[in-house]
Design a protein around this ligand. Structure first.
Ligand SMILES: [Zn+2]
Length: 281
């Protein structure tokens, strides 16, 4: 499943591809790909004729800034969910069976949304309406890991008295936005913290170490174009490079890169966790 680094990689690809991009035509091949408005034809009509002034990311949501004759024309929201991906096609190619939405620009280049599992969603938020009113999932999101609000003090306050394992807490999007299984495991290893540790027991100093580790791991992965583990591809169909350098994720039974101890793998809160019993306490 795409996590923050993968979504950020897609954001950068979209940003690069849509600087001179006027939506000429939108074709929705699968109605459920469009969450709002309920009529896919209305979604297509809203986007057609618009240009894109840029893309933002909030958690795992992509938000395109639509303009029509220079004025705001609302927001184009996208969530990739499990397997959603954008492809950039310079020449005409027939759609595959997993093609959900096709968007052509003024040069007949196509931005294609392909999604095998079909959980990906798009929204059009009309101008002057708060984005979170239409894309309600945004209401629950905690601070961005790179944001000024995400501090050790914030974590301490939110986790005070909690017996929930820190691994489970990190996956909670209302605590911090965009972190999933891969980067939670990697950050906990970097910080030397066992995934089972009750969140409320972590000192301010350890929470600061964890915050730094999380930011570092995410930055490294964004630099590598996202991870190789999922079906993730960027707009050019390239898979990311983080997988080759993973410290613990999906390395159960293999020697720890630091101390050589066998990496453990165990289900924790329904998700596989990977950690080193010697390096993490
Ligand atoms: Zn180790």
């Amino acid at each position: 499943m795409p996590e923050l680094p993968e979504v950020e990689t897609v954001r950068r690809g979209l940003q690069q591809r849509t600087t001179d991009f006027r939506v000429e035509r939108v074709e929705v091949l699968r109605d459920r790909a469009v969450a709002s408005p309920s009529d896919p034809a209305a979604f297509a009509a809203a986007l057609e004729g618009c240009s894109l002034a840029g893309w933002q990311r909030r958690g795992k949501y992509l938000l395109g800034d639509l303009r029509r004759d220079g004025d705001t024309a609302g927001v184009w929201g996208v969530h990739l969910r499990m397997t959603g991906q954008f492809l950039w096609l310079c020449e005409q190619r027939p759609p595959c069976g997993h093609t959900r939405v096709r968007i052509w620009n003024q040069r007949n280049e196509e931005l294609r949304f392909v999604d095998t599992r079909s959980f990906g969603q798009m929204w059009w938020v009309p101008p002057h309406i708060p984005v979170e009113q239409v894309i309600t999932g945004l209401q629950r999101l905690g601070p961005e890991p790179f944001g000024a609000a995400f501090t050790a003090g914030y974590l301490r306050q939110r986790l005070r008295g909690s017996r929930r394992p820190i691994k489970a807490a990190l996956l909670d999007q209302s605590l911090v936005a965009g972190v999933g299984n891969i980067y939670a495991d990697e950050a906990l290893f970097s910080a030397g913290i066992r995934p089972h540790t009750p969140s409320g027991r972590l000192s301010l100093a350890r929470l600061e170490t964890l915050r730094e580790a999380l930011v570092r791991v995410l930055e490294i992965s964004i630099g590598a174009g996202g991870t190789t583990f999922s079906d993730f591809r960027d707009l050019t169909g390239t898979n990311g490079n983080y997988g080759g350098v993973a410290l613990v994720y999906r390395r159960g039974g293999q020697p720890c890169r630091t101390c050589g101890t066998s990496i453990r793998r165990e289900k924790l809160g329904g998700r596989s966790s990977h950690w080193c019993p010697r390096c993490q306490h």
